[in-house]
Design a protein around this ligand. Structure first.
Ligand code: HAM
Length: 417
């Protein structure tokens, strides 16, 4: 038997109901904050991700599903959505009418990571991105929208981790300092980090391996290197979070795994999911639009890991799986022909209907109706056809009613209406 690809998963009912609840709540909630849905494709030119996420990140170095397209272009299944949203913002000149644009996207992402609980090779993100606003108040509004979204889903036990990653003015000095400190400690670093140290020393701060974590435990903090503008931006973010009563922890080690960030960076973490504790992450990327060939426009966004979120929600909301309102139990060929037609018409009229064409005994059909949680069973056999009356039995009260067969669909609708 051909099995599922490792790191991929089927999302099956009844869990799909939780997914829809999570996605629909996001749509409803985000739209109240002025966000509109965008649906970029899952395939992009590889260069888009190399230039935005950064050549020397784990994602680009080792996790992308890349293959040759036509005419020598390399193509990649998107590992994240921000790059595509930025590309679309530039390509369709969405900034022309008003540079302030707010988009959300929901869909699958692909990263060839080592699969484990909470980490998949196809996973799903709910993204929100804002363009054209550099005010720290939008950073806070976005975090507020995210945290109130989690509250709507009754997910608790989350914490906001916050940092500032500075800007191209102030980050080089920090990078230099970090690099100097770590170059004396290469013996303590893992192979990957020794390489990272040369190309992208900030990535060492992100390594989860124990020896590397120890090696950076007394590393200088980016916050001590922020330029005046970055410092006042970060202060304003904190003041506005305080004013709106969102608790947060400042985490100077939080660098995020993507290179496009500037200034505010944040992660929402949970204690409930073990090692994969980040439920959402995001931050500012004020230079990315220009870097990808667009106008100079600041931007900020986040992505929620929907797979992880569903795990948190699932334990709290039992997925409602309603049974059929009408279960058609036909006996005999003639009854089945009628039932087939009624099932189509009733479903089309908005009544959840299930028909059983197995030809088994009434007792067997009743047992199945019971198992499916049917509200009513509509019984029709040769005798009922002769008398031109089908029997509608309420499964809870056991009450029975005869319905005229020539007006059956209308009678059921009246009965259920
Ligand atoms: P990210 O931190 O790479 O950020 O991913 C965001 C979230 O996606 C993570 O916090 C996690 O919940 C989920 N996630 C990531 N990888 C996996 C995986 N392999 N399996 C399951 N869940 C996963 C971004 O992708 C940025 N684009 C976020 C952003 C939007 N920044 C600005 N705008």
């Amino acid at each position: 038997m051909i099995q599922l690809v490792r790191g991929f998963k089927d999302i099956l009912p009844p869990e799909t109901a939780v997914w829809r609840h999570v996605e629909n709540t996001a749509r409803e909630h985000f739209e109240k904050f002025g966000f509109r849905e965008m649906r970029p494709p899952v395939l992009e030119q590889t260069a888009l991700f190399q230039r935005s996420i950064g050549e020397h990140t784990d994602i680009v170095e080792k996790e992308m599903y890349t293959f040759a397209g036509s005419r020598d272009t390399m193509l990649t299944l998107r590992p994240e959505a921000t790059a595509s949203v930025v590309r679309a913002y530039i390509q369709h000149k969405l900034y022309a009418a008003d540079p302030v644009c707010k988009f959300y996207t929901i869909g699958p992402m692909f990263r060839r990571e080592r699969p484990q609980k909470g980490r998949y090779r196809q996973f799903h993100q709910i993204n929100a991105e804002v363009f054209g606003i550099d005010s720290p108040y939008i950073d806070v509004q976005l975090i507020f929208m995210l945290m109130t979204y989690f509250s709507r889903l009754s997910v608790t036990g989350l914490s906001v981790h916050l940092n500032s990653l500075g800007c191209p003015e102030c980050r080089p000095a920090y990078r230099q300092k970090l690099s100097e400190m770590l170059s004396d400690r290469t013996g303590d670093l893992c192979e990957d980090c020794v390489r990272r140290l040369e190309k992208n020393p900030l990535r060492v701060l992100d390594c989860k391996k124990e020896p590397c974590r120890n090696a950076v435990s007394d590393a200088p903090s980016m916050l001590d290197f922020l330029c005046g503008d970055c410092r006042s931006h970060f202060r304003a973010v904190q003041a506005a979070l305080d004013a709106i009563d969102i608790p947060y922890e400042i985490d100077p080690r939080l660098v995020r795994g993507l290179d496009y960030y500037t200034r505010t960076a944040f992660e929402i973490q949970t204690e409930e999911l073990g090692a994969q504790n980040a439920v959402a992450g995001g931050g500012r990327y004020d230079n990315l639009v220009e870097m990808l060939g667009g106008p100079s426009q600041p931007a900020i966004g986040f992505a929620i890991g929907a797979d992880r979120l569903v795990e948190l929600v699932e334990t709290k909301i039992p997925a409602p799986e309603p049974g059929p309102v009408i279960f058609l139990a036909p006996m005999g060929e003639a009854a089945m022909e009628l039932a087939a037609k009624w099932a189509c018409l009733l479903s089309d009229a908005g009544v959840r209907t299930e028909a059983d064409f197995s030809g088994r005994s009434l007792k067997a059909l009743m047992r199945r109706a019971d198992r499916l949680g049917a509200e009513n069973v509509l019984i029709v056999g040769d005798r009922e056809i002769e008398q031109n009356e089908a029997i509608l039995r309420n499964m809870k009260t056991r009450d029975q009613k005869s319905l005229p067969m020539d007006r059956l669909v209308e009678s059921v609708l009246e009965h259920e209406g």
